[in-house]
Write a protein that binds this ligand. Sequence first.
Ligand code: ZN
Length: 134
Amino acid sequence: MMKKIEHIGIAVRNLNETAVVYEKLFGKAAYKTEVVESEGVSTMFFQIGESKIELLEATNADSPIAKFIEKKGEGIHHIAYDVEDIEKEIERLKLEGFQLIHEQAKFGADNKKIAFLHPKSTAGVLVELCQERS
Ligand code: ZN
């Protein structure tokens, strides 16, 4: 079951420069900065009420974020949904015919188990499933 929008991921060219802008926008600082080397990203999280905004900067030229920015420029990269049981949700969505980028959940930023759905099966929007690691 999907519970809520957990966060929205925004691809940026320069994390520190963008952080200054978003700190002004929200009137507060990010609560976390984290590099996920396996994904080739450097991330920064802001808490806005129940939801979060994740800024993502590529750490290398092969990073999915580098490719995204090259193709589309900076902007909304993905929408992440909080799920109760990520393994169950992956199975359910596979049976429903969705194309998954990850057939198995893996460890992502912000203490989460994550999996991505291919934007081809979700109207052009990259969807992330995430579940808090207990
Ligand atoms: Zn994310």
